[in-house]
Ligand binder design. Structure first.
Ligand code: 5AD
Ligand code: SF4
Length: 449
């Protein structure tokens, strides 16, 4: 392998994260760790000495993208950065990546990235730098504490992995078994984020609501208890969590939506299909009816909750009639927004070997019909917020001078013109108009900080 053309002791780096929010979080932790090692973020990503591709393995397209990105990293003059492949492709493919893409210097799995500094040294010496271990001791303990944050919102991974083994999904193989971080580690990280300027925290996990642990008095707690404890941090204004599994939607968590004001009225609760035979073949261990009952109970507690979901069309063997059941459950559940995907066979998963894989043209047609319905509901949901007065947390600048963009409690982007305000402010706005992807608001009054 010719590694001589890459920098041996990188001083600048660029992290590019693909896929889910857990990868975004991991990317931020990697960047903070390299920062404490004295490395700096490259002003221009294409000039970085080290590029970390933090990859996603969930669908085939995501994997293909990694390899085309690696190819593009070699510059016109023939030089290239040191290249690290991190994330779930690294975990799934290991050193195979270096056979397919010889310019890759480092391969590091999602449970091993705390060892990046060591791997960078090894790669600099031209040594083998592949680490896809899933050590029992958590990487989190080895990472530096959180410091000042650039944004008022932050992700916080509270658990990793998945024990559910849905038959289409690679996550249980790439992220490993469900492991909850400790109560105190999470509270400490949340406090550090808030001290660093964060006002909204999104708790993350592949099955975030499966989190369990003991509080500081040794009492068993679930994610609802954890959220309630986090709500006691005075300067933390908002708490969100994602992604949830229907089977882990406890009564306590449903109740918290009714009486914990800092818990935002938004629930991402994937169902994947509306047909019970398909749900069984997917090993989802819930039915369409039991799913609908859960969201009914959540709505009893929090009538304005915005519901979000994930759907897969064209799972092996899915008939037209079975797909119609998916459209039916979308009608019944009334989502504020949804993600929908064509089934993508993943090597090593049971569904990849099932009979009756669905032709691409059929999947295209089903996806288009599903997305048209979802989009219609999204527009309806957004339109229904026009005329409401609500808090928004300003997160970033808009396109025009004086414009700022914040999020509503229901996770909609709201654009306001307010040159006197700053990112990080919470303001009360009147929603005056709605589009498919964002709302426009006018400041009602400045809220006391
Ligand atoms: N094909 C298509 N979509 C998938 N997802 C997970 N695995 C696959 C696959 N093999 C979708 C599910 C999941 C989301 C994160 O990605 O809808 O909830
Ligand atoms: Fe994948 Fe199912 Fe686990 Fe979600 S619950 S990460 S879809 S196996």
């Amino acid at each position: 392998m010719n590694r001589n053309d890459a920098p041996k002791t990188p001083a600048t780096f660029h992290v590019k994260s693909f896929g889910c929010q857990m990868n975004v979080y991991d990317g931020e932790r990697m960047a903070e760790m390299l920062g404490t090692q004295g490395m700096t973020v490259a002003a221009d990503g294409s000039e970085a000495d080290l590029v970390i591709l933090n990859t996603c393995h969930i669908r085939e397209k995501a994997v293909d993208k990694v390899y085309s990105d690696i190819g593009r990293l070699t510059r016109e003059d023939g030089t290239r950065p040191m290249i690290a492949v991190a994330g779930c492709v690294a975990q799934a493919e290991g050193s195979e990546i270096q056979r397919r893409a010889r310019s890759v210097d480092i391969v590091v799995g999602p449970q091993a990235y705390h060892r990046l500094p060591d791997l960078i040294d090894k790669a600099g010496r031209g040594e083998d730098a592949v680490d896809t271990d899933m050590p029992l001791a958590s990487k989190f303990g080895a990472l530096p504490a959180r410091t000042k944050q650039a944004r008022p919102t932050a992700f916080l991974t509270i658990m990793e992995g998945c024990d559910k083994f849905c038959t289409y999904c690679v996550v249980p193989y790439t992220r490993g078994a469900e492991i909850s971080r400790s109560w105190s580690a999470i509270i400490d990280e949340a406090k550090a984020l808030v001290d660093g300027g964060v006002r909204e925290i999104t708790l993350l996990g592949q099955n975030v609501n499966a989190w369990t642990g003991e509080d500081d008095k040794g009492r068993k707690q679930g994610m609802d208890g954890l959220a309630r404890e986090l709500a006691r941090i005075p300067d933390l204004k908002r708490i969100r969590y994602t992604t949830s599994h229907p089977n882990d939607m406890s009564e306590g968590l449903i109740a918290a939506h009714g009486d914990e004001p800092k818990l935002m009225p938004f629930l991402h609760l994937p169902v994947q299909s509306g047909n019970n035979r398909i749900l069984k073949a997917m090993n989802r261990s819930h039915s369409a009816e039991s799913y609908l009952r859960i969201i009914e109970r959540v709505r009893e507690m929090r009538p304005d909750i915005a519901l979000s979901g994930d759907f897969i069309v064209g799972f092996p063997g899915e008939t037209d009639a079975e797909f119609e059941d998916t459209l039916k459950i979308v009608e019944q559940a009334r989502y504020a927004q949804c993600y929908s995907f064509k089934y993508s066979p993943r090597p090593g998963t049971p569904a990849a070997d099932m009979d009756h894989q669905i032709p691409a043209a059929v999947m295209d047609d089903r996806l288009a019909r599903l997305q048209a319905l979802i989009n219609r509901h999204q527009v309806e949901f957004n339109s229904a917020t026009v005329g409401r007065t609500t808090d928004i947390l300003l997160e970033r600048k808009g396109r025009y001078p004086g414009q700022l963009i914040g999020k509503s409690p229901w996770l909609q982007s709201v654009v306001v013109t307010a040159p006197e305000l700053s990112i990080g402010d919470m303001v009360e706005v009147d929603i005056i108009s709605a589009g498919p992807n964002s709302l426009a608001g006018e400041i009602s009054r400045r809220k006391a900080a």
